[in-house]
Design a binder for this molecule. Structure first.
Ligand code: GTQ
Length: 348
């Protein structure tokens, strides 16, 4: 492979200017920039947003901006390597922390980007998706798939805060991002029956076997069940091997949403794990506990409700700081997108 391709400066100025005047460019001076050898070039910085820093700003937004003036009262976690104004945690993943106060509603809309909510704090918050009312208690994962109506409300007391993850940078980047609004949905299912129907992994409502496939049969994954599953998996997983579960569509066994993947990790007391290096980018959110992360050599100390960015192809090592209690992390990644595009890779 030739490491010294021709440069712009090697070309006659009038030739180069003529190309530009005709809205064209020579490839070779830029070839290595767009197709770097061996590994993608990445602007995403390994980094951490502390909940203790973001939370006061979010509560202040609750005083400064009424919900009618915000629709979604969100502080966005922006990776500085990608330019703050681009609102990217990683190149494909948008992350925001959203606040809703008692009695407020965030109006009904639907959009082309896929979204999920992961509840962080407070009680009494809910999202209505496709006419189903979904409670949001700490650690619950709520899907709002592309094109499905969703709106948020709060029937409790005190602030409710959750993490939003969307494939917005991707969908916006391909000029396909838009939303439409509609009056509040009629609640057909006030008791979150999708979560009841798919209560137990490995068994399905019998009718599911013959039923025309619904792309999104299960919309809410309560944390309690995921935490229990991690605890059980830990008993049969050698120390040092990640205790890691994936959230799936219970009818297909595949990922829940087209582009984003969701999973949860348990770090046992004192445990140190290295995740397999892979092509996907990710965001790690701390559900319980604290510890240390080394992401491509960047050392980050994490505590409860903090959020970290993991670039594509990055090496990730996680250590539980406690010798007594487990730590739990929620992960969003773009592995489903990489798989669909045909280049998902796991290295090492
Ligand atoms: O709650 O529907 O953080 O539409 C960004 C866009 C949240 C939402 C965000 C959204 C929402």
């Amino acid at each position: 492979m030739n490491s010294q391709l021709g440069r712009v400066e090697d070309l006659p100025t009038d030739y180069y200017n003529g190309l530009k005047a005709r809205n064209t460019l020579p490839l070779w001076p830029s070839l290595r920039a767009v197709l770097p050898y061996g590994k993608p070039s990445r602007r995403t910085q390994p980094m951490l947003w502390r909940y203790a820093d973001v939370r006061p700003d979010l509560l202040r937004a609750g005083e400064l901006t009424p919900i009618e003036k915000a629709e979604r009262r969100v502080i966005v976690l922006c990776n500085p390597g990608l330019g703050l104004e681009n609102m990217q945690a990683t190149a494909s993943i948008y992350i925001g922390l959203q606040l809703i106060l008692p009695g407020e509603t965030a109006p009904n809309h639907r959009h082309t980007p896929s979204a999920v909510r992961f509840a962080i704090e407070g009680s009494g918050g809910f999202t209505v998706v496709r006419g189903e009312k979904l409670p949001m208690e700490k650690g619950d994962l709520i899907l709002t798939p592309p094109g499905l109506w969703h709106e948020h409300g709060h029937e409790g007391t005190g602030p409710v805060i959750w993490l939003d993850a969307l494939d917005l940078p991707l969908v916006y980047g391909i000029e396909a991002s838009y939303a439409i609004e509609s009056p509040s949905q009629r609640i057909d299912d006030p008791h979150n029956t999708s979560t009841t129907r798919f209560r137990q992994g490995g068994v399905l409502p019998y009718a599911s076997l013959a039923r025309q496939r619904n792309d999104y049969p299960l919309l809410r994954f309560p944390w309690r069940g995921v935490r229990e599953a991690l605890g059980e998996l830990a008993t049969v997983t050698p120390i040092g091997e990640p205790v890691h579960v994936a959230y799936i569509n219970p009818e297909t066994g595949q990922e829940c949403l087209p582009t984003l993947g969701f999973s949860a990790l348990m770090l046992r007391p004192g445990e140190d794990v290295t995740l397999r290096r892979r092509s996907a980018s990710a965001v790690l959110h701390v559900v319980e506990g604290g510890g240390a992360a080394a992401i491509d050599g960047t050392e980050l100390a994490f505590g409860e409700s903090d959020t970290m960015a993991v670039p594509t192809h990055a090496k990730v090592r996680l250590t539980n700081a406690s010798g007594k209690t487990p730590a739990y992390l929620f992960m969003v990644d773009d592995a489903p997108l990489h798989r669909k595009l045909g280049f998902y890779e796991v290295f090492d």
